[in-house]
Design a protein around this ligand. Structure first.
Ligand SMILES: NC(=O)c1ccc[n+]([C@@H]2O[C@H](COP(=O)([O-])OP(=O)(O)OC[C@H]3O[C@@H](n4cnc5c(N)ncnc54)[C@H](O)[C@@H]3O)[C@@H](O)[C@H]2O)c1
Length: 401
């Protein structure tokens, strides 16, 4: 069986690596540079080992391409392209649209199309299917299914194999074929009654996280105003064996999912006349955390940051990954610079970002820890500046939320 995977990023390449153990995989990506690197056996994604990629290439079970015609004889086509927000923070389906165009224009026989990209309920039925059909010059009846990706890059305890996978087809045949495909490399498959349920479940999972993170971020501010430790209070609440789940405060949420997916849910809710006030407000609270942190840092430093050298430690959106998409560090830096601080950042996992390079972990007047990678030692952070504000709650001896 030949499988095309459209989009070779975090999700698409991870799936490619697993699927190539059992199928012949064509990894289609519109970015030629990524394609060239992949064909040399060089992975650009944490968790996908270059050696594994090379093994699949040598065995003739994986190759990358940017040529649409290379996917024409595949039996299964998986979509794993970005679904970000537009400038005005609305769902942006342009990548999905162009992936559907590639599929419609190139596929020459009936296939199973599975969408793994995150989007709002109705996307498979009302957007992907008609867009592929519109771009197809031949009259073909494809099967369509959704199986939202739940992978958490950089995480070692849960992966493709042991994370239960939701799925649903537009008809029973699509559902069955989807199950047959994933059951080769996923331990647990959970079929739901419609693609819309699977799409909504994925959005709700990340909305749950967004809202709870906002709640704990708001609580961190309340705890500080009361003069009590937010961490000790959370640990105390967490001794309750039921009805409580501990989230920890931070500089905000980053990455491709948590700051984005709830907005997809809110957008579809509002389109249907249903309220999404809670979701919208949670997003705002998390975005406002960066300003709150800079205010706290300024308060501790004589109310003034003008001209002071500030080192932001960790600019990736979470520990141990190089991903900076929607990172809270960006807003923290923006607010610090808005106060006149002279800001540099240290993050050797990221290396280069927005035309700037990682600065040495030393010599600042103020250090603000936004993300703490395991490779960065506490004592080095504490030695980098006389005043250290830690938003992660992990650096011993630092000031914090
Ligand atoms: N990264 C995650 O942790 C994660 C987890 C769950 C779900 N998702 C969802 O999965 C989807 C993909 O996310 P990602 O993190 O893999 O994105 P990514 O940016 O890492 O990779 C996407 C890839 O698609 C390519 N691409 C863009 N448009 C294309 C097109 N028209 N044709 C072919 N290739 C194209 C890009 O060049 C890029 O290599 C998104 O909907 C995201 O929300 C991501």
């Amino acid at each position: 069986m030949k499988v095309a995977i459209v989009g070779q990023g975090y999700v698409g390449l991870t799936i490619s690596a697993f699927a190539a153990e059992f199928f012949e995989v064509v990894g289609f990506d519109s970015n030629q540079k990524i394609v060239d690197q992949l064909n040399l056996g060089r992975s650009h994604i944490e968790g996908v080992e270059s050696s594994l990629l090379m093994k699949s290439i040598k065995a003739g079970r994986y190759r990358a391409t940017s040529k649409g015609s290379d996917i024409q004889d595949c039996e299964i086509v998986i979509i794993a392209v970005p679904t970000p927000l537009t400038e005005d923070r609305q769902p942006d389906l342009t990548f999905l649209e162009s992936a559907c165009k590639t599929i419609g224009e190139n596929i020459r026989k009936s296939v199973l199309v599975i969408n793994e990209s995150t989007s709002f309920p109705g996307t498979l039925r009302n957007f992907i299917k008609p867009t592929i059909e519109r771009h197809s010059s031949v009259n073909l009846e494809h099967l369509y299914a959704i199986s939202p990706e739940r992978v958490d890059p950089g995480r070692s305890d849960f992966n493709q194999k042991n994370t239960p996978r939701l799925y649903a087809g537009l008809n029973p045949e699509a559902s069955k074929k989807t199950r047959d495909f994933y059951s080769k490399f996923c331990d647990e498959l959970v079929e739901v009654s419609s693609p819309e349920v699977a799409e909504a479940a994925k959005l709700f999972e990340n909305t749950f996280r967004q809202v709870n993170i906002a709640l704990v971020n708001e609580f961190a501010q309340i705890a500080h105003s009361l003069g009590i430790s937010v961490y000790e209070t959370l640990d105390a609440a967490n001794t309750k064996p039921y009805g409580f789940m501990k989230f920890t405060p931070s500089a905000g949420v980053g990455g491709h999912c948590i700051p984005v997916d709830p907005t997809y849910l809110a957008a579809v809710a509002e389109e249907h006349g249903a309220p999404a006030t809670f979701i919208r407000r949670a997003n705002e609270v998390n975005l406002e955390m960066s300003e709150y942190i800079v205010k706290r840092v300024a308060e501790d430093n004589g109310g003034e940051l003008e001209g002071k050298s500030v080192l932001v430690v960790g600019v990736a959106y979470k520990p141990n990954v190089a991903d900076v998409r929607e990172t809270a560090a960006e807003l923290v830096i923006e607010h610090l610079r808005g106060c006149g601080a002279v800001v540099s950042w240290h993050d050797d996992v990221v290396g280069n970002w927005k035309g700037e390079s990682s600065a040495p972990l030393q010599g600042a007047e103020i250090a603000v820890v936004v993300t703490k990678h395991d490779s960065v030692e506490d004592r080095k952070i504490m030695a980098s500046a006389p005043y250290v504000f830690d938003t992660t709650g992990k650096v011993k001896g630092a000031k914090g939320l």
